[in-house]
Design a protein around this ligand. Structure first.
Ligand SMILES: *Cc1c(COP(=O)(O)O)cnc(C)c1O
Length: 402
């Protein structure tokens, strides 16, 4: 669908993508087209309309209008090797919609053990009911992963860095193995986005994002996307139409507006993250900083090889704090809000305990000492790094006061 202007560089694409004159008219951004019914000139045009099912053609509200088309086209232009992008009402809807477009009863799905928790629950709940079998794998153990493939393995769900525990894995190698076994590789690329990790270029078949996070960027909308080359794009689109996935034009306009500043926001929050994460790694209360952009992090070699940018999301573990000490730390923070989601301009903190949601890998890792390593996840926003550090300092002080 997108006409890619290959002579331009990334930042120029971010400024121009999706802004077709026929969609924007004489203004800069496409207006919000609020529409369910699309009106036809006459009955002959109505009849002709049902015969084609093309992008960028008026038909009925469920197929979108210029506001949604412009966002799709912009996301496609920013994902190298993508032919098209489908929008979904949330990131979870994008995950389920994409998986349902490539799986049927009797198939086996492989899911990375550090996947976003609702991805796991979808696999072990709804998909199980539909007769799809899921096997979880440790993304850092490639031989064990390859040994899980069988005749019925039809799809692999990847995520890097992993949710909460932030392991960076060798996505090109994992995707190549999936391809060798004729399985479709899907990746939840919410963390890096196509700007930091061009997933299709690295061998994945379908790149999924929760647009709620970095693309939205202001904690005020929910949306998801899946981008792919032509073959898988057609499957994604057909399934999304069957399931009736739509997004509101108001949200599409907000997402498109925020997309223009996404690279700047990601760069700034990555810089702040480096400062805050480094500071945390020197605190005696902290046992491990799980932050892929830190040069001494495990997996940093893969990070450097494959990623061109990070974001403000990372985790750390407390050496020997109990749950109430961890709660005192988080409750004392004033700049960090307590809440789910991430990728907004404001910082957030969240306690996490991944052990009950890991089945193919060990948490805490076996090589760690016997501290209890309770986890805290931070999403770093656009605040001043020193103010965030001061806030964390007084969190540590509160932790010591029983
Ligand atoms: C938040 C999140 C999602 C889900 O996105 P929603 O828009 O909240 O449905 C999917 N994957 C990851 C990694 C996420 O963090």
């Amino acid at each position: 669908m997108a006409e890619r202007k290959d002579t331009h560089r990334r930042d120029t694409h971010i400024a121009t993508a999706g802004r077709r004159k026929e969609w924007t008219g004489p203004v800069v951004n496409p207006p919000v087209w609020r529409a369910s019914t699309h009106l036809y000139e006459n009955t002959a045009a109505l009849k002709a309309g049902t015969r084609t099912n093309e992008d960028g053609k008026f038909f009925y509200g469920r197929r979108g209008a210029p506001t949604q088309w412009a966002l799709c086209e912009a996301l496609t232009e920013l994902e190298p090797e993508a032919f098209g992008t489908v929008l979904y009402p949330s990131g979870v809807a994008a995950l389920s919609g994409a998986l349902m477009s490539v799986l049927k009863p009797g198939d086996v799905l492989l899911v990375t053990d550090n996947a976003y928790e609702p991805t796991r629950l979808m696999a072990t709940g709804l998909f199980k009911q539909l007769g799809i079998e899921t096997r979880f794998f440790d993304p850092l153990d490639i031989p064990a992963y390859e040994a899980l493939f069988c005749e019925r393995t039809k799809a692999v769900m990847l995520e890097s860095p992993g949710s909460l525990t932030m392991e960076v894995c060798d996505v090109p190698a994992l995707a190549a193995i999936a391809g060798k076994h004729r399985a479709v590789s899907l990746i939840d690329n919410t963390y890096a986005t196509s700007l930091g990790f061009p997933a299709l270029k690295h061998g994945c078949d379908i790149a999924i994002m929760s647009l709620t996070k970095h693309v939205g960027g202001h904690s005020d909308l929910m949306m998801g996307s899946a981008s792919a080359g032509e073959r898988f794009y057609r499957k994604l689109r057909r399934t999304a139409q069957t399931l009736g996935h739509v997004v509101s034009p108001d949200d599409a306009a907000l997402a498109l507006r925020s997309l223009r500043t996404m690279a700047l926001r990601l760069e700034k929050s990555t810089q702040t993250t480096l400062i805050v994460a480094e500071w945390l790694s020197n605190r005696t209360e902290v046992s491990h900083v799980l932050c892929p952009v830190l040069p001494d992090a495990p997996g940093y070699d893969l990070w450097q090889r494959d990623f061109s940018g990070g974001c403000g999301l990372f985790s750390f573990t407390l050496h020997d704090a109990d749950e109430s000490a961890r709660a005192r730390f988080i409750d004392a923070l004033t700049l960090f809000g307590i809440g789910y989601s991430w990728g907004g301009y404001e910082s957030l903190a969240l306690p996490f305990d991944p052990a009950p949601i890991r089945t193919a890998s060990q948490w805490p890792p076996t090589q760690w000492d016997d501290g209890n390593h309770l986890g805290i996840r931070l999403s770093i926003g656009l605040e001043d790094p020193q103010d965030l550090i001061d806030d964390l300092k007084q969190g540590f002080a509160a932790m010591e006061q029983k």
